[in-house]
Design a protein around this ligand. Structure first.
Ligand code: PMP
Length: 423
């Protein structure tokens, strides 16, 4: 049943471009006519749509809800803070409390500033790196948010001035030479290297160490964008997991379990520049989100959440891989990434159609995902077993559709759209 979702879709189309505030949550990433399009509420791992269907969710608010939706130990702290006020005329002592906690768990963190989204802190990092080095250019690798300096490097660069585009260069993951070449081509011009320390691909041959060496040799700063990896690979992010410490690092998503908060952390001598570098906004220091992050960190430390995420993520990931192998679908269905965050990808020209069919059949059986599978502390063995039962059936359907050339015929809604391409 998807009637309410579809009715609301028609209404929203007239009011909100793409019917969503976030590209990855929009109908472009879900099959119109075959997938739920709007949520009513969520608790634990269960997401309820407008029609009252419930799903075991694996996207978990784009990776933000690391402990689970509406997680009581966090919610109670947020509620307590709401009653005391949210934003004020003066900074609140909770800011220093969270800053101190972050300096304890993140290797590179000596000083801290907060933002609301990942994009806020990646952009602040780039600005302070430019101020520190007196250089204008940036080298990046990965996704870093919606602002001009980054999005201008992608296929979604409409509206970004050419002059701005010229200032950001890109290099390839696991290819240190591609970074070295940028420094040779633009000597003494690159302020910083900003990168996702790890995404879906594993770093090979000490890639992260090499990037740090190259960056420092050329007098630039190394910034790790840990918006995804923070609070997931390890509490202190991929820098802690891989033992490579950057100069600055950006955290977001999971740090508030869904509350809007992000953090830029790093070396004191660089961070001190924020006394003059302008990074200032009305909801900076908003205390309900800060309280949520303190609660998240305390809970994660006390309950060994990271070890749990690796164990349960491994169970789902291995389970899917085994099913794919049993059904001899390895050429088409690719399971890539780490247990704590992995993608199920569909190869070939018809990849998006296959993904749509897969999502459609999963949704019918009560399993929801879009981009990556982001395991949470609320995913229990019973959810994982149910999920694997669903994947078993859905992969059979996919195999059948491929064998009998029936993919198009089985699609009940529109094919999902590609996520924009990086260079
Ligand atoms: N960096 C990375 C690695 C991300 O995945 C994202 C968001 N997906 C961002 C930065 C931007 O964060 P936000 O969407 O919260 O602005």
């Amino acid at each position: 049943r998807l009637e309410e979702s579809l009715k609301h879709f028609e209404k929203t189309k007239k009011l909100i471009p793409n019917c969503s505030q976030t590209f990855s949550k929009s109908y472009l990433q879900f099959s119109v006519g075959a997938s739920p399009l709007f949520v009513e509420e969520a608790k634990g791992v269960y997401l309820k749509d407008l029609d009252g269907n419930t799903y075991i969710d694996y996207t978990m608010g784009l990776g933000a809800c690391i402990l689970g939706y509406s997680f009581e130990p966090v919610v109670s702290q947020v509620k307590k803070q709401l009653e005391k006020g949210i934003v004020y005329t003066l900074p609140h002592r909770l800011e220093a409390q969270l800053a101190e906690l972050l300096t304890h768990i993140i290797p590179c963190a000596q000083m801290v500033r907060f933002g609301k989204n990942g994009s806020d802190v990646t952009s602040a990092a780039v600005r302070v790196a430019r101020a520190y080095t007196g250089r204008d250019m940036i080298a990046c690798c990965g996704y870093h948010g919606w602002q001009d300096w980054y999005i201008g490097t992608t296929t979604k660069s409409m509206g970004v001035p050419e002059a701005v585009k010229k200032l950001t260069l890109t290099f390839e993951y696991n290819n240190p030479q591609s970074l070295e070449r940028l420094f040779e081509e633009y000597p003494h011009q690159i302020a910083c290297v900003i990168m996702e320390p790890v995404g879906i691909e594993e770093p090979k041959d000490n890639f992260l160490q090499k990037v740090r060496e190259i960056t420092h040799k050329h007098g630039a700063l190394l910034i790790f964008d840990e918006v995804v990896t923070g609070f997931r690979f390890s509490l202190g992010g991929a820098q802690d997991y891989f033992g490579v410490v950057p100069d600055l690092a950006c955290f977001g998503k999971a740090m508030g379990n869904g509350m809007p908060i992000s953090a830029l952390v790093g070396r004191e001598d660089i961070m001190k520049l924020f006394e003059d570098v302008f990074f200032s906004f009305t909801f900076g220091g908003e205390t309900a989100s800060i309280a949520s992050s303190i609660a998240v960190i305390n809970y994660m430390r006390e309950n060994e959440v990271i070890a749990y995420l690796w164990e349960k993520g491994q169970k789902v990931r291995e389970g899917i891989l085994k099913l794919v192998e049993e059904k001899e679908l390895e050429d088409v269905v690719k399971v890539k990434g780490y247990p704590v965050r992995f993608v199920v990808d569909f190869a070939g020209e018809d990849g998006l159609k296959l993904k749509t069919l897969f999502q459609q059949e999963c949704a019918k059986r009560g399993v929801l995902f879009s981009g990556s599978h982001n395991i949470s502390y609320s995913h229990r063995d019973e959810h994982i077993e149910e999920t694997l039962r669903v994947y078993d059936q859905v992969l059979d359907i996919l195999k059948y559709a491929l064998e009998y050339d029936m993919v198009d015929e089985l699609l009940e809604g529109e094919v999902i759209k590609p996520v924009f391409r990086k260079p």
